[in-house]
Design a protein around this ligand. Structure first.
Ligand code: M6R
Length: 609
């Protein structure tokens, strides 16, 4: 949801750094973009509807000659995508960019209008600029004026603010929206996430909620919103720059699909002790005793991470014997979940910033649960707010459609199942078996890549359909859901994921020769049941694409199109069956001519509830 960047330095050109930052944050929102710099004592603002390239076209060849500035790429919440609603917003000499939602903006706006303020946009964000200006006008300093405004606003926000008369100062604040401060030599870069920072420095400061930082080119001061000093230690980012580039791939999504063997490998690196059939999860050692005493797990997550959680539920119940439930994080906090000290609530999140997941974790904490995280983004909010956790180490995932994060989440969930199972009843032999198979997966994923051209052909064949089903059973039911979400978000084809056994209870009414089904039917314990579902669809002239294993002779025979995946343990099959579905969605989107890395109406991390 919106990407923000701020820069202050002594020597470099702010304009270039801000635009580069916006490109890297564009996946967070791309319906409009804007930039404002102070050059001399004058502010220069440019805003454009569309992507960052539209903003660049507007700026043209001009060198704005500035050492300080702010920039924004928007995912609209209040007010449609338009130039007037694009950030930066200003009131008088105050200019700012905002990511988040100001919940009480309507009342504040009304009060400001009554005082004579004139608004030029429909956004909630503009209210903050007016509040700061209002305080500044009654002879409060720049910092005090920001604090005054913060005392009045409610909601989620990361803000970067400039004052035209104080071009040597940048103020950034954070409350429930992500913000990272990059620390360079005689420069600071403030951004919604580290991808906009990593090319300049790997030294970062993480602000916590309720904190404000005042930056000059060579100094900084962090306080709470009331001005009380806070001490922060610097962290070093463990990303490298090339991980955040496309490296010859047409899209980040394709690159990230092909990175999966590495992502799976990296997720298990140093964590597998085959000899003893054990998983070593260092991030959980501080709470190991507590984990031994828990009798129930609740997984909270959204979207693709929720689908990973569903696979985790099946694994944990079957192999670790521990009751597990998976909940949409957005539902969890609004009902009355029964949670106590013996419940572990696990957040699964690639970004570690998803507002719903974060709120669910807070709710779980309030109820006394042990909170754990399976998070990719190191140092992200959820990673810091959970009691303990396991990082994915999948590297930055830029494409809005999540791929490598998913398989890496499944890898961690497998390790966690072995970890939990071995604390309980799982035998060493079973632990060894699972881990040995897990270790073989990166190679098996590579085998699937050899069918890329074949899958591309199938994608083309079905790319003009209006609707389709994705069906699977047991471990592959969540993969049916995942396949459907992937094709929906990338190619805008309407798709529904179903448990294949549910077909006959209603959805089958939709089947005809124009309504194809993708059926995940490896030769596993539910193979014969899934075969029946395929036969029922074929009997109604529905086309069927099966994702299966080479020994599934009957499925191969009756399907219209077949994609073969290697064999593995039933519980690990999702790590393989999902890969062709990702490739299929990718090529369906490309065939239909869409920008698959930036699907319409979406944003990479959803930091509003
Ligand atoms: O960063 P998170 O894993 O918490 O994000 C959760 C969902 O927003 C995310 O998985 C979303 O569904 C993806 N765009 C799906 O590809």
């Amino acid at each position: 949801m919106c990407g923000i960047v701020g820069y202050i330095g002594k020597n470099k050109n702010a304009q270039q750094i801000l635009l580069d930052g916006l490109h890297r944050l564009e996946y967070r929102g791309y319906d409009s973009a804007g930039l404002c710099v102070i050059s001399g004592k004058k502010c220069k603002t440019f805003r454009a509807v569309g992507k960052v390239s539209a903003l660049e076209a507007k700026i043209g060849e001009k060198d704005l000659a500035a050492k300080i500035g702010i920039a924004h790429t928007r995912w609209a919440t209040h007010g449609k995508p338009s130039v007037v609603n694009a950030h930066p917003h200003n009131c008088g000499k105050i200019h700012l960019v905002h990511n988040g939602i100001i919940e009480n903006y309507a009342q504040l706006k009304e009060a400001l209008i009554a005082k004579g303020h004139i608004f030029s946009s429909e956004t909630d964000s503009e209210v903050v600029a007016h509040l700061i200006d209002e305080a500044n006008g009654s002879s409060r300093s720049f910092e005090e004026s920001v604090q005054d405004a913060l005392a009045q606003i409610r909601g989620a926000y990361a803000l970067v603010v400039m004052h035209e008369d104080e071009p040597e100062k940048l103020i950034a604040v954070r409350n429930s929206s992500p913000l990272v401060i990059g620390v360079g030599r005689d420069e600071f870069i403030v951004a919604s996430d580290a991808s906009a920072i990593i090319t300049h420095t790997d030294r970062v400061l993480y602000l916590d909620d309720g904190e404000m930082i005042v930056l000059t080119a060579d100094d900084h001061r962090i306080t709470n919103f009331q001005g009380k000093l806070r001490n922060k230690k610097e962290h070093v980012l463990d990303w490298n720059e090339s991980e955040a580039q496309k490296e010859g791939y047409a899209h980040f999504m394709l690159k990230e699909i092909f990175e999966q063997p590495h992502a799976v490998e990296d997720a298990m690196r140093g964590r597998v002790i085959i000899k003893e059939g054990l998983a070593r999860l260092g991030g959980l050692s501080a709470v190991e005793k507590k984990i031994r005493s828990i009798n129930r797990i609740v997984i909270v997550s959204c979207g693709t991470s929720y689908h990973a959680g569903l696979v985790g539920e099946y694994m944990l119940e079957e192999y670790a014997g521990i009751p597990t439930e998976v909940e949409y994080a957005s539902e969890f906090r609004y009902r009355k979940p029964l949670i106590d000290k013996r419940t572990a609530v696990i957040a699964i999140s690639q970004s570690g910033e998803t507002a719903d997941t974060r709120a669910a974790i807070r709710e779980a904490k309030n109820k006394g649960a042990l909170t754990l995280g399976i998070i990719n983004a190191v140092g992200s909010t959820i990673a810091r707010e959970t009691d303990a956790g396991v990082y994915n180490h999948a590297g930055p995932e830029i494409s809005v459609a999540s791929t490598k994060a998913f398989t890496s989440q499944l890898t961690i969930l497998t390790l966690f199942t072995v970890y939990m199972g071995r604390q309980r009843d799982m035998s060493m032999t079973m632990g060894r078996r699972i881990l040995t198979e897990l270790r073989a997966l990166p190679h098996k994923i590579e085998e699937i890549f050899t069918q890329e051209k074949h899958i591309k052909k199938i994608a083309k064949k079905y790319s003009s359909v209006q609707s389709m089903f994705y069906l699977g059973r047991k471990y592959n039911y969540p993969i049916a859901l995942e396949g459907a979400i992937k094709i929906k978000e990338i190619s805008y084809i309407h798709a529904e994921g179903y448990a294949s056994g549910e077909m006959k209870h209603g959805p089958i009414a939709l089947i005809d020769k124009n309504f194809p089904s993708i059926v995940i039917a490896p030769c596993d314990s539910v193979y014969e049941k899934t075969l029946s579902a395929i036969a029922e669809i074929r009997a109604r002239s529905g086309k069927v694409v099966v994702i299966t294993t080479s020994d599934a002779t009957e499925a191969i025979k009756i399907a219209d199109d077949v994609i073969i995946v290697p064999k593995t343990l039933e519980m690990l099959m999702p790590l393989l069956t999902v890969v062709p579905l990702q490739i299929l969605a990718y090529y369906a989107g490309v065939t239909r001519g869409y920008d698959v890395d930036k699907p319409r109406n979406l944003a990479k991390s959803v930091t509003v509830e």
